[in-house]
Design a binder for this molecule. Structure first.
Ligand SMILES: Nc1ncnc2c1ncn2[C@@H]1O[C@H](COP(=O)(O)OP(=O)(O)OP(=O)(O)O)[C@@H](O)[C@H]1O
Ligand SMILES: [Mg+2]
Length: 272
């Protein structure tokens, strides 16, 4: 059995991949890299009743992977480049090759993946961490679910400057509701709910547009969305609007938050 561990900036994900291809998953909060990796590994063993001897190899990736220099628990431990891991995991979960993947984690990475080549197209520091950081200071909310609950009740017209604020007619494919400037209006009457919605809109509009440009540069109209940010229901609606404007379609594979860990695990078979 192979264990893939992804030590991300915010959460650590681990998967086990058995010889018959069955995948089991666990998630923990990231602390320091060593505690995250050993903790995730231990949790995986305990929850599935695995023995150390069942594990053939540990494949480790994510921002924390460089801190794990030696074998864990005497098991051969191999580091996998995170871009490769996202590419392999994205192709596996989507069942497609020749794809653009937008991984929304703490930050955002955009990857082009084909069977024979996986490349880092680019990315942005605007990602899930931006939501948490801005919400902490602007609306004194650190809990992710709390941010989402407030955003659901939010009114974007209180914070964003939209087309209807400045123009009497549509411009190109922009309609009356389109954002002209994120946070460019910021009325004194804006409530925390409105600001929460403004934060999500800012983050997902930036990610959506990055994805559109990446897709166009690769001559495709599909983008596979992975990472924890792929589960955000409000984010999905914001990306839906972008689909309407640019005809680039976002797909959300099941288990997308485990993409990087799965890709690291599968890299073993690819590497030999
Ligand atoms: N329940 C939750 N608790 C905390 N964060 C959550 C939750 N649900 C979604 N998120 C979002 O997920 C983000 C982290 O995503 P993910 O675990 O994919 O990142 P990571 O792998 O740790 O980071 P990176 O890949 O950028 O190094 C957080 O910044 C937050 O916006
Ligand atoms: Mg990640």
């Amino acid at each position: 059995m192979i264990i893939g561990i992804d030590i991300g900036s915010t959460t650590t994900k681990a998967v086990s991949i058995s010889a018959d291809g069955k995948i089991r998953k666990i998630k923990t909060k990231a602390i320091d890299a060593v505690t995250s990796a050993t903790g995730a590994f231990g949790k995986m063993l305990m929850e599935n009743d695995y023995q150390i001897g069942d594990i053939q190899r540990i494949m480790i990736t994510g921002t924390g992977a460089s801190k794990i220099k030696n074998n864990l628990f005497g098991i051969p431990t191999q580091r996998v480049d995170e871009i490769q891991a996202i590419g392999i995991g994205g192709m596996f979960l989507s069942g497609k090759d020749d794809i653009v993947i937008t991984n929304i984690g703490t930050g955002t990475a955009v990857i082009g993946a084909r069977k024979d080549s996986i490349t880092h197209i680019g990315g942005s520091g605007v990602g899930g961490g931006t939501i948490l950081g801005l919400a902490k200071k602007l609306i004194a909310t650190s809990d992710f679910n709390g941010i989402m609950e407030q955003a659901e009740l939010g009114n974007l017209n209180q914070v964003d400057l939209t087309m209807e604020d400045i123009m009497d007619m549509d411009l190109s494919f922009l309609n009356r509701e389109s954002t002209v400037s994120n946070f460019g209006k910021m009325l004194d009457t804006a409530r925390n709910e409105d600001i929460a919605m403004g934060i999500l809109n800012l983050v997902f509009q930036v990610i959506g547009m990055l994805s559109v440009f990446a897709a166009k540069s690769k001559h495709t109209d599909r983008v596979i969305v992975t990472g924890n940010g792929s589960h955000n229901p409000i984010g999905k609606k914001i990306l839906d609007v972008i689909t309407g404007m640019y005809k680039v379609y976002f797909e959300y594979p099941a288990d997308a938050e485990y993409t990087t860990a799965i890709g690291a695990g599968l890299f073993y078979n690819r590497g030999i």
